[in-house]
Write a protein that binds this ligand. Sequence first.
Ligand code: KIV
Ligand code: ZN
Length: 385
Amino acid sequence: MSDRLYIFDTTLRDGEQVPGCQLNTVEKIEVAKALEELGVDVIEAGFPVSSPGDFKSVEEISKAVTWPTICALTRAVENDIRVAADALKYAKHKRIHTGIGTSDSHIRYKFNSTREEIIERAVRAVKYAKSFVEDVQFYAEDAGRTDNEYLARVVQAVVNAGATVINIPDTTGYCLPWEFEQKIRYLMEHVDGIHNVRIATHCHNDLGMATANTISGILGGARQAEVTINGIGERAGNTSLEEVVMALRSHKELNIDTNINATKITGISRLVSSLMNMPVQPNKAIVGRNAFAHSSGIHQDGVLKNRESYEIIDPKDVGIDENSIVLTARSGRAALKHRLHVLGCDLEKEALDKAYEAFLKLADRKKEITDDDVLMLAGAHREQH
Ligand code: KIV
Ligand code: ZN
């Protein structure tokens, strides 16, 4: 049996922090229900103390959703924690996510504090959150730039105080994959009782390594991944849910899997993109418009002979009917023949050769050839023949 990776989705909290991506409560409920159908384990529904709207959304999502744990973010501040507990009162399964910055830069410039004082504040926050809920997750903000020895002391203190999940964010997207794996491994080896809690990765994509770092963290021992749909989030974004899920599915030898129903991935990607008015880049892994589109002749020929020549994922597995063979000036005869066949227009060899010649001329003028163009070419050459 494979090891279970818990998926913590923060589309509605870290993802929604992106300027222009704000959703109203009704829209957030729609996304939360889609996340529940997708099979995520935890939905981070918001930061209740930040605004009455966020409070309301956490409250309403708590009522609307049944299976996933609903999580609310706080700073290590008593009032934040009290408000979060109130917003979560209707949740069937609830978690408070509290924490504080642990890197020297955060300690010095954000908090004008000391390492010892930060540990005391972290412990106080966890104990206070525990007085409201059993499930308390602690985040060590900027853990990516926190030295491992001090980080282990912070983690030891909050584990002793009763935290159930320890989140190790690479807040600034600074780490390299091997470094992040070592960080998680270091905690696994140096914190007493770490095996009784769950370590989470929370990676940002500033260097384009969020997914690589998340997978590395999982290899190091983390068993919760914090992700967003389409990788939306502050600056260059968060780790993409779809990339982590499909990387694990594609590498069965890792023997780690999630509860995600991957066939729902494309649908929720489109939903989040349209509600948040945030287009997905065409070449985005898994959910981009071109993720399963083949345009060069050699690739098209290979895929038509056997899909696996150029595809490591069956598009059906992520909810797409089939790959697309895009007809351009780089397409080969096999691609044209295939499209003609799909459109119900099989041509004899000679007619196909003629149609292909005309197709190349047309494709040099137009960027992409449509089905209407193909039908027009077929008609002209079938008649001539
Ligand atoms: O990136 C980060 O450090 C966060 C924390 C608040 C968990 O989003
Ligand atoms: Zn974050």
